[in-house]
Design a protein around this ligand. Structure first.
Ligand SMILES: Nc1nc(=O)c2c([nH]1)NC[C@@H]1CN(c3ccc(C(=O)N[C@@H](CCC(=O)O)C(=O)O)cc3)C=[N+]21
Length: 291
């Protein structure tokens, strides 16, 4: 029987989160201003940045996109970031990843003013997160917690297993779930007997980037499954490319609840980015940030 799992749709949650962000934005002296920077024309990056830009405007934020050539040097990019850091009319800065190979992601992420770091990727924010004092939280992990809260799914006391130790999802998600009193296991490509580990999970989060890595026998009956994967798959014979997750659709037969792809975690990522931008603007307006 297919589809016994409750489907955790992301769009209604994102809409609720965005409504609240819009109200908070409207209370500020000026609309929060988000600046996004991307290098080159990678189609996924172009599409993601366009989606964030559109949502930002819908919510009443000001949004500026710097679409720079692929060949932009690291020095030029750092120079732009320094100017955005110094500009009081800019509240949030996002540099779209991945960057071309001649630019160091580390150098760029370190350069963004931590108070404008709406991705939560600056080492100061990473450290605060692991110390249990998060301010600007990474968007995808924060979105996942918003999704769980919206559907009334518990975190405290749950055995959470995360598959994938990336800096943008797996690691910060482990910190957020730990801060929310889950018992956290962070598994990865070198974890022996992954199935034995994932079967222990009450809450299984998968952020690896491999289509259908997680199959039904890897999931405990009734578990909540969060699929962070967004894989563009092109069928060999006929047919158009489509999006699919890291979790096999048959997992719906055993899971108690499961996020779809698309329409699950992705929309929450964007919503949380805009919440972070409003939060950054609030902190800057309140003068809690020295500049
Ligand atoms: N500095 C930086 N910050 C990021 O937050 C960041 C990044 N770089 N680089 C790439 C990843 C990826 N990411 C997504 C955001 C929204 C969807 C999203 O809205 N997905 C839709 C489908 C979108 C589609 O059709 O492609 C969904 O899942 O329903 C997906 C992925 C943010 N990222």
């Amino acid at each position: 029987m297919r589809g016994s799992a409750r489907i955790l749709a992301g769009v209604p949650v994102a809409d609720a989160v965005l409504r609240e962000a819009a109200v908070r934005a409207s209370r500020l002296p000026a609309p929060p201003h988000l600046v996004m920077v991307r290098l080159g024309e990678d189609p996924a990056s172009v599409s993601y940045v366009r989606g964030k830009d559109r949502k930002a405007r819908e919510v009443g934020l000001t949004s500026t996109v710097y679409a720079l050539p692929e060949e932009t040097s690291q020095a030029e990019l750092l120079d732009l970031i320094a100017r955005l850091n110094a500009d009081e009319g800019v509240n949030g800065i996002l540099v779209q990843l991945p960057l071309p190979p001649h630019v160091s992601e580390q150098a760029v992420l370190h350069a963004v003013d931590p108070h404008k770091d709406v991705d939560g990727f600056h080492p100061l924010n990473v450290g605060e997160l692991w110390a249990g004092r998060p301010s600007l939280r990474p968007c995808t992990p924060a979105g996942i917690l918003a999704l769980l809260a919206h559907y009334g799914l518990p975190v405290a006391g749950q055995r959470a297993v995360i598959v994938g130790r990336s800096h943008i999802v797996g690691r910060p998600l482990a910190a957020l779930l730990l801060n929310a009193d889950a018992t956290v296991t962070l598994a990865h490509s070198r974890t022996p007997n992954l199935t034995a580990v994932t079967r222990e999970a009450d809450l299984l989060c998968v952020a690896v980037g491999r289509p259908h890595l997680v199959t039904p026998e890897m999931v405990r009956s009734g578990a909540t499954v969060i699929d962070v994967g967004i894989n563009r798959v092109k069928p060999e014979l006929s047919g158009k490319a489509y999006l699919t997750g890291d979790v096999h659709p048959d997992v719906q037969d055993v899971a108690g609840a499961m996020t779809p792809v698309p329409g699950g975690v992705g929309p929450l990522t964007i919503a949380q980015l805009l919440v972070n931008t409003v939060h950054a603007a609030e902190m800057q307006a309140a003068g809690t940030v020295r500049r």
